[in-house]
Design a protein around this ligand. Structure first.
Ligand code: NAD
Length: 480
């Protein structure tokens, strides 16, 4: 134990950066506060441009060696990282829960196993990437997937390790080296990942972790000329800054941004299923980019849907995310809570009716909220709240449902509840969304493309699409 270690539920976490295979401190720290009870967990290295540049230099130095490492060996090391994640699953789960407030039971059973799967999946997918050959008048075209170089990966706090490894795993598999910048509100599991990767035999400098405020070190990372890819998950305003900063070097960007996704409930739907899907949108206290926060219900089913929804949502247990019986935990930060409450107050002032919740609870908790009587062009319908706040509107025709669903600047996802397969096909075709779920929600297969349309993002990741982004594709033409 050193002055640079903090302990969370008995688990020691190094609070420094991880650069070139070594722990590096900063002159100052910033406080990491747990949303569970508001306690300060400790001080985290407050990175500066100097550490950001050192991390990029380390990634650059490690790149030739890692890029030249045979695919099969890279894949073996990624599987060893997955083994390490599985071995430390309990540690990762409790640390993440204390750090970002999401449910311990989902971290244990869903999220952390999925983190390991991220590494296994991309390790295996790497081995399936073909080197296509084809003939042009006797000349042989040979297409290869070359590693691109150092990548900067910037992630948010709502699913920290899940979203980090969704980028780290394919980047490493592709033969790239990485500088990971986790969100300042949830910095801890990235530090544990650095330990796990080192133990798994990942060479020094291949994965680097820089801690700190995005506003202070972001530009140093994203404007760096040695960076070959930037993958960012977060908000639209930050994406704009990153795109402007990356423009100087024309660094390729992958952007996974916010959403305001619809849940369309048709009168022919299994209403209990539709209600379950709607209540699920409170998961992670509403801090899910994909959440279908705009419920659109066919007029004739609206009254019964609202009755059943209110009954079910009222039974949700809100409280300590470490308890097995808790359904909804806290929101991440006081600033986020003020933001959520501001959205609700302004909506009510503009005429919205509160059917459920509509207020803060103790500490970092916000009551699950449903608002009706909201105008399509109002702030609460158009802007991402990123809290447990849903709106309900009605429609009378399929055309109107599609029009309302698409009337947003976002296009991340959409969910449909209907008992009519032909209707599902018709409506799906007309929706603008990166992912459409029909009579289900949040089923994610890593082989599928993932990303958003409009302001929800630029590009797609997942399966071959990830390698498309993290590789430099090369076509070599050889004369007969
Ligand atoms: P945010 O944009 O505030 O921060 C995200 C990350 O960017 C953090 O690590 C932050 O430190 C960093 N950052 C801040 N300023 C920066 C700068 N100038 N340069 C470089 N990096 C900078 O977002 P957030 O509040 O942490 O996350 C919530 C948002 O993320 C929501 O909009 C949510 O919808 C979105 N999100 C999207 C997906 C997706 O897959 N589409 C997944 C999860 C979250």
């Amino acid at each position: 134990m050193t002055e640079h270690t903090l302990t969370v539920a008995g688990v020691a976490v190094d609070t420094r950066h991880w650069i070139g295979g070594e722990r590096v401190a900063s002159a100052t720290t910033f406080p990491d506060v747990s949303p569970v009870d508001g306690a300060t967990l400790g001080g985290i290295a407050r990175g500066t441009a100097a550490e950001a540049h050192a991390a990029v230099a380390a990634a650059k130095a490690a790149f030739p060696g890692w890029a030249a490492t045979p695919r099969a060996r890279r894949a073996r090391i990624l599987h060893a990282i997955a083994d390490g994640v599985e071995k430390r699953l309990e540690d990762l789960a409790i640390v993440e829960t204390c750090d970002n407030g999401a449910l311990l039971r989902s971290h244990r059973r869903g999220v952390m196993p999925r983190v390991a799967h991220n590494f296994r999946f991309f390790a295996d997918w790497l081995l399936t990437l073909g080197h296509d050959d084809f003939d042009t008048r006797g000349h042989i075209n040979h297409v290869s997937w070359d590693p691109a170089g150092p990548c900067v990966l910037i992630t948010p706090w709502n699913a920290p390790l899940m979203l980090a490894t969704w980028k780290v795993a394919p980047a490493l598999a592709a033969g790239d080296t990485v500088v990971l910048k986790p969100a300042e509100w949830s910095p801890l599991t990235a530090s544990l990942l650095a330990d796990i990767a080192a133990e798994a035999g990942l060479p020094a400098g291949v994965l680097n972790v820089v801690q700190g405020y995005g506003s202070e070190i972001g530009d140093a990372l994203t404007s760096h000329p040695d960076v070959r890819r930037i993958s960012f998950t977060g908000s639209v305003p930050t994406a704009r800054r990153i795109a402007a900063s990356a423009a100087a070097n024309l660094t390729p960007l992958s952007l996974e941004l916010g959403g305001k996704s619809p849940l369309l409930v048709f009168a022919d739907a299994d209403l209990d299923l539709a209600v379950d899907l709607a209540v699920e949108q409170y998961d992670n206290a509403g801090q899910v980019c994909l959440a279908a926060t705009r419920i659109l219900v066919e007029e004739t089913a609206a009254e019964e849907f609202t009755r059943r929804f209110t009954e079910k949502a009222s039974a949700l247990r809100q409280g300590d995310p470490r308890d097995e019986s808790t359904d909804i935990g806290p929101n991440i930060h006081e600033r986020q809570l003020e933001k959520i409450d501001g959205f609700v107050r302004r909506a009510v002032a503009a005429g919205a009716r509160v059917v459920l919740g509509g207020h803060r609870g103790d500490g970092h908790y916000y009551a699950p909220t449903l608002l009706t009587d909201v105008a399509q062009d109002s702030e609460i319908v158009q802007e991402e709240v990123f809290g447990p706040v849903l709106t309900l509107q009605t429609f009378s025709t399929e055309d109107e449902a599609v029009r309302l669903a698409n009337d947003t600047r976002f296009g991340l996802a959409a969910t449909l509840a209907t008992g009519d397969a032909e209707r599902a096909a018709r409506v799906t075709e007309r929706l603008v969304a990166g992912t459409v779920w029909v009579n289900c929600f949040f089923v994610r297969d890593l082989r599928a493309p993932f990303g958003g349309s409009r302001h929800s993002g630029v590009g797609r990741e997942g399966g071959t699409w990830s390698f498309d982004f993290y590789c430099d594709l090369k076509n070599t033409v050889t004369a007969p």
